[in-house]
Design a protein around this ligand. Sequence first.
Ligand code: HAM
Length: 446
Amino acid sequence: MENNASKNQEKEAVKSSPLQAPKGMRDILPEDSIYWDKIFEIAKDTADFYGFGHIDTPILEYTDLFSRGVGSGTDIVEKEMYAFRTKGGDNVALRPEFTAGVMRSFIENGMSRFPQPVKLWYFGPTFRYENPQAGRYRQFYQMGLEILGGETDPVYDAQVIVASIRLFEDLKLKDIIVQINSIGCHTCRAQYRKKLQDFYKKEIEAAERRRTRVVCRDCERRVDINVLRLLDCKEDLCQDIKSRAPSILDSLCSNCRDHFKSVLEFLDEVGIRYELNTFLVRGLDYYNRTVFEFVDANYGMALGGGGRYDYLAEILDNKSSVPAIGMALGIDRIANLLKEKQIGVPNRKKEKVFVIHIGEIAKRKTFALMEELKRNRIAASEAFGKDSLQAQMRVADKEEAKMALIIGQKEVYEEATIIRDMKTGIQETVPNSKLIEEIKKRLHKQ
Ligand code: HAM
């Protein structure tokens, strides 16, 4: 971990309390996890449809994987990584993203011998030591799709984008726009970088002569280190010069231009709305050619992003060459948005029955009845902790159960159960031998 981050961590350590989740991390309680579950379900369906297999990689990886893969000069690695040395002396880091780990796994498991390309999807927690705020956490969840191996065929860039949009649509998020750009290959990007650097340097020098500033301090520092990031700057001061900067699309070599054109044609073919955003460069070093982000006009932060990363394999292991394209969605942000918009609110209310006991012996019978309902796949719940009939009825009401199954001493003795229709209040005693059949009949009646 870099110095700033560890200093901040020390400061926070003083304030830490065993009764508080660490700063920027939170519990996902049942009222929210219903959104997570829904997103997972739709993510899985989408990934299955487009032929992606599920992969899970370790939450911890060797730090080097990210320093080399994501890039040692990126914010993620320089400032935001939870990296530490284990007692055994290994330098490891909590994954700040999945892509580098997925590529590591591809190489380590010899997936280049599998039918190409290999399509993988994932869902899980990631960690970045950022300044927490709404929609920005230190532990957050990503779901992603990666297509590795085979050719650099633009159809796969388009497929990753289309699959993501379909996933959003299935979540009833209809206003997602894809912002898209191409950042070229090693050759044309190097030329563009030089052009951009010359432009900025000239402008900064001219401004200095006028004793004014045209870029913020961060950008001034980055001109020599990572000039593309200047296009990403959100500071007001930097907007004017940014709008006059040369566009990367004018500098693409013919192969990169054709590739990009073809990606856009595939998107046009299936009516995906996109916006060209020539300022989009993304904060990770491994990208080349297509880069994109998913935004919703009413949500201030990107809901997901991705791009092509044909050089990552070589960066990690110079014997490998693996063309690749992928994307990751920010699940926390999507869940926030679903909740905020009150759309796609998952309706988990299955018709269910509620078992009620009156007395200790009846409690044992209802305990066994729950298991019988489970075996018969009948949705059921109980309030075993409450003994009074009224208290149990109140829970049944609250849970909007369709019927209550009531067992008292008399019913134990008669081997029967009372079925109470929760809407009408009408009750009927049914012999236990016919109970399951009767419940099924009533559940299907509606
Ligand atoms: P990323 O843009 O760094 O890309 O992250 C993807 C998404 O994760 C973001 O668009 C955002 O929705 C969410 N996200 C990022 N940081 C946070 C945070 N602190 N709190 C909440 N949500 C966050 C990647 O990670 C690449 N690995 C994507 C990729 C896959 N590229 C190729 N394949």
